[in-house]
Design a protein around this ligand. Structure first.
Ligand SMILES: *Cc1c(COP(=O)(O)O)cnc(C)c1O
Length: 419
């Protein structure tokens, strides 16, 4: 159905109902003023043009009102995080009560583990994917040690089989079947950062809960990329950053999800600060701690408004477009990308991301034979921005918000030439 020609790619762009969004982003350019071919929205999303004005609004109100801006600003800072909640909840398939924007991803994982990793002497192990993002691995290892366990003994890795790159759900089932009595927590990346594999979150939750294990999902590569339906999955908790597919700027704040079934449990162990204390009495200052229901009950501090303004600028775009339309374009765009790569007559590269669109987001991970990093370097020299991950993978993410079918076509033409 697809065709490997520039005309055809341009035709797809003409038919694309989301094509106008590209002009609403700053696309980095080379010295001659040509747009870079930017395929690293999975690492740092591009800047929406309206972000500047959203941040400027808060700078202006800070200049104008000082501390009174908490109530007098056009978007009062006191409830500012609440302006993000509904849009963010829609993006991850949650109820507003279940979601809050705060802190950064790894910090949120730790705060969530304070509540949901409650090991006993015999049930204390944690399952992660063998290719988990290093920060997640370090976080769970340090949690194990913090509770007095051996980080090696306490960590169980869900690995691909010998000679394979992708994870099989039945292998997780086997681990939990056999060792479930010793496992306290499953912490799994919903979309694996390395292979781009989108795992069946609902199934993971069923497997974990069948053996009374808590289940948490890291959605760093899922939020704004796939539609995870967190509430319906029954997952206990989740966290994600907003600087990847959610285009909110370097180091921007993260999202946190706690399932409704835990929303009113005041007995859960957790760390406290004035921002998870009851809003009604927060400023009486002398009240005993009274935790808020829902995800807001995990906040600690009053949040950085300038970063939240950038998130708001981006979420307003997601709100306007909707995940459904984005996902539809994404499947087509990545499908075209895959088709073009498969047309290349070489055994020097191989796509390791699942070919089933339901088992991936927009990213394709291309394995390079004999781990030749020079290919990645040459792509970069040609203003094609991709991401190299040891030992042998180039990750490319055509992002439906701003990448075009022509981007994908030109990228693969260059790749062909370089091979
Ligand atoms: C990007 C990413 C991180 C980064 O964590 P920060 O706390 O935001 O620095 C962690 N885990 C995963 C799976 C990621 O993809």
């Amino acid at each position: 159905m697809y065709k490997p020609t520039l005309d055809y790619a341009q035709q797809l762009d003409k038919e694309d109902k989301l094509a106008h969004l590209r002009a609403q982003f700053h696309i980095p350019k080379d010295k001659e003023g040509n747009d870079w071919l930017y395929f690293t929205g999975n690492s740092l999303g591009l800047q929406p043009k309206q972000t500047q004005q959203y941040i400027q609004q808060e700078l202006d109100d800070w200049a104008k009102y000082g501390v009174e801006g908490h109530f007098e600003a056009r978007n009062p800072w006191m409830p500012y995080h609440e302006f993000l909640t509904n849009s963010m909840a829609k993006i991850v398939g949650a109820k507003p009560l279940e979601v809050v924007v705060m802190n950064t991803l790894t910090t949120n994982l730790h705060l969530l583990m304070v509540s949901f990793y409650q090991p006993t002497k015999t049930k204390y192990k944690i399952v992660i994917e063998s290719d988990a993002f290093p920060s997640d691995r370090y976080a769970v290892q340090s949690q194990l040690k913090f509770h007095g366990f051996d980080a090696e003994d306490g960590l169980i890795e869900w690995k691909p089989r010998e000679g394979e790159e992708l994870l099989r759900i039945e292998d997780l089932e086997k681990i939990v079947d056999e060792q479930g009595d010793e496992i306290a927590l499953l912490l799994i990346g919903g979309v694996n950062y390395y292979t781009g594999q989108y795992l069946d979150i609902k199934r993971i939750v069923e497997i974990g809960h069948a053996k009374n294990c808590m289940v948490g999902i890291d959605l760093a590569h899922g939020a704004g990329n796939i539609s995870p339906e967190l509430h319906d999955s029954g997952v206990d908790f989740a966290a994600w950053c907003t600087y990847k597919y959610l285009n909110s700027g370097p180091g921007s704040l993260a999202g946190l999800f706690v399932h409704e079934k835990h929303a009113h449990n005041k007995e859960l162990p957790r760390f406290a600060g004035w921002w998870n204390h009851n809003k009604e009495t927060r400023f009486n200052m002398r009240q005993p701690f009274d935790v808020m229901p829902g995800a807001e009950g995990w906040q600690l501090s009053n949040p950085p408004i300038l970063s939240m303004a950038a998130i708001r600028a981006s979420l307003d775009m997601f709100e306007e477009v909707g995940m459904e339309a984005l996902r539809a374009k994404s499947e087509k765009l990545t499908g075209y990308f895959e088709y073009l790569i498969n047309q290349i007559d070489t055994d020097g590269i191989k796509i390791i991301t699942p070919s089933n669109p339901k088992e991936r987001g927009c990213q394709l991970s291309i394995q390079v034979k004999n781990a030749d990093k020079s290919l990645h370097k040459k792509l970069t020299e040609n203003n094609i921005i991709t991401d190299w991950r040891e030992p042998d993978v180039i990750r490319c993410a055509p992002v439906p918000m701003y990448n075009s079918f022509e981007d994908v076509y030109r990228m693969v033409e260059k790749l062909k030439e370089l091979l």
